[in-house]
Design a protein around this ligand. Structure first.
Ligand SMILES: [Mg+2]
Length: 293
């Protein structure tokens, strides 16, 4: 029977559809955490995955802070994952600039903690970016509430006009914090694209390279032996499904059953082709249960 995305998949059906999965990619926001707190059942579910020795990586667009800081805040919420288990849009962007712009000057808009992911790379200070005739190989935009000021955006704009590549950690429009829906860095990326006429290279989800980076890190193939667990139909489920991974939509975050039904018809939030997750689960706990031997 075809999956019905409008309702949670029955446990025995989920178990069947996830049979043979050997590796798990987990989104963070809306799967493990929401509004700064652990989602019910997530700490236990992660503990079960780790105890069972199931290969896993967190694949998150969260780029406010370093993986070390993310790991510490997850631990405070009872979710124990070392920094090495996390691939963030921030860490992947630092890996990307290390590969593509080795030894070249970069103007990176990120938090002071976020800069720690770029150790060994040449990051321009704001004053250097302001100097007459300043150039950079790339301007990098991430989540950095205190850094995304008019002055810094203007510096970024001028550098891109002078030939710097425009790199975005992601282009998420908004996310949920303890204070409610909150403007994300995507709005600034789109603003720079508009002002410069240059399209940004997006490193985080839904880019294919971001998934490949985490999958290579896990060293598991074929891709059908992996499942992506996420709360976003487009950047988690659609993107992973297009790569050939199995997918589990959890209903603890951004998208609910009505969104899933619409996406299956190819309507928003789907963009273009219909999006149908392999399974729909109330939360991560049920996905981990379905994976248990
Ligand atoms: Mg999410």
């Amino acid at each position: 029977m075809a999956p019905d995305p409008a309702v949670a998949t029955a446990p025995e059906v989920a178990r069947e559809r996830l049979a043979g999965v050997r590796g798990v990619l987990l989104d963070m926001d809306g799967v493990l955490m929401l509004r700064g707190e652990a989602i019910a059942g997530a700490p236990d579910a992660v503990g079960r995955l780790r105890a069972a020795g199931v290969a896993h990586r967190i694949l998150t667009n969260t780029s406010l802070v370093s993986r070390r800081t993310l790991s510490a805040s997850l631990a405070r919420a009872g979710i124990h994952l070392p920094p090495e288990d996390i691939v963030s849009a921030l860490s992947a962007t630092a890996g990307y600039t290390r590969d593509v712009f080795a030894g070249m000057p970069l103007y990176v808009l990120t938090s002071p903690d976020g800069r720690s992911e770029f150790i060994g790379q040449w990051l321009l200070s704001h004053a250097e970016a302001d100097a007459p005739g300043a150039t950079a190989a790339a301007v990098v935009v991430g989540d950095a509430p205190d850094e995304l000021t008019y002055g810094n955006m203007n510096r970024a704009f001028r550098l891109v006009r002078e030939g710097a590549a425009l790199v975005a950690m992601h282009r998420n429009p908004w996310w949920l914090t303890a204070a409610g829906p909150t403007l994300d860095a995507g709005a600034y990326v789109v603003g720079l694209e508009y002002a410069t006429g240059i399209d940004a290279t997006v490193v985080g989800k839904p880019s294919r390279e971001f998934f490949i980076r985490a999958i290579d890190d896990l060293g598991i193939g074929p891709l059908g032996d992996l499942v992506m667990v996420g709360d976003d139909l487009v950047s988690d489920i659609g993107a992973a499904g297009a790569l050939g991974l199995r997918t589990a939509l959890v209903l603890t975050g951004r998208h609910g059953p009505d969104d899933a039904a619409a996406a299956a018809r190819g309507e928003p939030p789907a963009t273009g082709a219909p999006i149908v997750p392999t399974v729909v689960a109330p939360s991560l706990a049920e996905v981990v249960e379905a994976l248990a031997p």
